[in-house]
Ligand binder design. Sequence first.
Ligand code: SF4
Length: 391
Amino acid sequence: MTSTPDTPRTDLLSLVPGELDTVLQRHFAERRQPSFRATQVREWVHDHGVSDFQAMTNLPQGERDALEARFFVEAPEAAQVSVSTDGTTKHLWQMRDGELIESVLIPTSDRLTLCLSSQAGCAMGCTFCATGWGGFGRQLTAGEIVAQFREAGRWARERGRGPITNVVFMGMGEPLANRKAVHPALTILNSGLGLGARRITVSTVGVVPGIRELASRPEQFGLAISLHSPEEALRAELIPLEKRHPLPELMDAIREFRDAGGRRITFEYTMIRDRNDAPELAPKLARMALDVGAFVNLIPFNPIPYQDWLPSRPDRVEHFRATLEEAGVAAAVREPRGRDIDAACGQLRANALVQLEDGKARRPRARAATSASGAEASAPSSASFSASSDG
Ligand code: SF4
């Protein structure tokens, strides 16, 4: 591979470990350099989290320059950092082309979970979701997905908040609608950066072929299903994808995932007042959870600015929890995190779009004029994120 000024540079962070070694070894062989140079670069990228080739100080200057001409390591800028009073921290990342994506760090007593994005925006159009409101921007690359882990992890470590212990693909986008990037990203996080498969959960609204692909992988990644209703007609009102992959088909795929063995399955159930919280739905939900051995997270809905729905009343949430418990289903009520920082998936981006376009929702094509604050956000309380897949 000979680089010319017109050859697009390759993102080393998008390559799974085997590919990374191959590409680097070929590069250094062409330059008549010893093969251990490839190991040196991989260690800088994967073990030390370095993105700047000039910081790879055990490489000769000429090799750093040659790497820079041919490769890059994805490292998005933080356009905004919002820290909640509960410690939840949301980053709004600005990508090279100006796209905005979000990730959320959620600290609990024994872990630091990162909720990351797999797409800029989302095309699924779920009616309760701020990301759906913001529309679809584009697919993220594997490097852009992994970079959220590296950069958010760097931010946390520099502030003594420890390493990220868990990852959930529960931010912006439908991960299984971007399998071309999500599969390598899973491999890089797991075998490249050393995060255990059982500490990584992929969340989906029900992309059945994607669930089957995930089941066929040998690693024991967790699966979270955004269920939100045990009935097809009601679910279709909340999640348009239900019409393409109805609940019976979805449950078949989840059973296949369960039968692959040793993997965690979670049902996410956002509870919206007078929408999906009728008492008669609770036993149906319990039967579905028992069928596949799923843990159930009950998440009271927090209103978003573009939707006038309300959270379920506490007694209704408690009714669901008790019904599940009596049926033998493990369940928890997840209080939303980051209430004071607009931590709902997609909300910072949606707000930024509004600011950028003076009230008209349109995707940005240039770097935003937002600034990194690193301080408490002053945005009004609205929807928020639930650290929900750690059941
Ligand atoms: S809930 Fe998930 S799949 Fe649905 S619109 Fe939001 S990000 Fe997309």
